[in-house]
Design a protein around this ligand. Structure first.
Ligand SMILES: N[C@@H](CCC[C@H](N)C(=O)O)C(=O)O
Length: 270
């Protein structure tokens, strides 16, 4: 099976080109591919398949040729992945499957428009964040309150007083399953200046990762809410680099680097 490896601010993905939808990608195969010792290792898998051949998104096929079939490292499916979308777009253009410039990609969370900037960054229109109420997470015995933000996938973005760099995120933080029955991505951040935050994330289905695009937007929304704002441009520093987030009245944009670093042939032992 042919694969490529890419990352966006060190949120890393195995890309599986499957234009004709021939791959039967079970959760256990995804988990084996993402295993950092016995597999290639990644936070998730991006299967590249034609939208018109994918019943779950075929209504988006009029506008998008390609479907980003995203899976978490544990094999679970997710609706959306912001950094994955940026890496997916980079792959499509490098592989000659999309023209450089702006194009749409189908996802389980709906159509997203992506643009390769002259700067080398990739920017995605991630849609309008939906803000719900407040909820609690527990990290290493300490409760933190945050804002429930829906980016197509669920987030709990928590501004905290403790330095995020010192948190122990080796274990699943606690959350309210009544509010998040399908699990949640948990962001913890320090607002460190005007329109700037330092964030760490514990992703649903992948554990702590070095970046999360949808999480960066949720963080910008929660940081803006601290100043009673809903719009603006935010710089979100994550362990793997820096992401830009712009919130306007209509939508949100996520910008940052996205690169392909390897390709090869994957052998899946029986
Ligand atoms: N890393 C991603 C989010 C991936 C999906 C998430 N783990 C979920 O289950 O919702 C991003 O960059 O947005």
């Amino acid at each position: 099976m042919r694969f490529l490896k890419g990352h966006g601010t060190e949120n890393d993905f195995v890309i599986l080109p499957d234009p004709d939808g021939e791959l039967d990608l079970s959760g256990s195969i995804v988990a084996r591919i993402c295993d950092r010792r016995a597999g290639i290792g990644a936070d998730g898998v991006l299967r590249v398949v034609r939208a018109k051949l994918s019943p779950e998104v075929s209504e988006q096929a009029g506008e998008a040729e390609w479907f980003m079939d995203y899976r978490n490292a544990d094999g679970s499916m997710a609706e959306m992945c912001g950094n994955g979308m940026r890496v997916f777009a980079r792959y499509l253009v490098e592989a000659g499957l999309a023209e450089p410039g702006e194009f749409a990609v189908a996802t389980r969370g709906g159509l997203r428009r992506v643009r390769l900037d002259v700067s080398g960054d990739v920017t995605v229109d991630m849609g309008k964040p939906v803000v719900h109420g407040r909820s609690l997470t527990t990290v290493a015995g300490q409760d933190y309150e945050g804002l429930h933000v829906d980016m197509g996938n669920p987030h709990l973005a928590c501004a905290i007083g403790d330095p995020v760099t010192q948190l122990d995120l080796t274990h699943q933080p606690g959350f309210d399953p009544g509010i998040f029955p399908g699990g949640v991505n948990i962001e913890l951040f320090n607002a460190v200046g005007p329109a700037r935050a330092v964030m760490r994330v514990y992703e649903r289905g992948s554990g702590e990762t070095r970046s999360c695009g949808t999480g960066a937007i949720a963080t910008a929304v929660a940081a803006a809410a601290l100043c009673e704002e809903t719009t603006g441009t935010w710089t979100i520093e994550v362990p793997g680099g820096t992401l830009g987030v712009t919130l306007d009245e209509r939508t949100s944009y996520l910008s940052g680097p996205a690169v392909i670093v390897a390709d090869g042939e994957l052998r899946l032992a029986e």
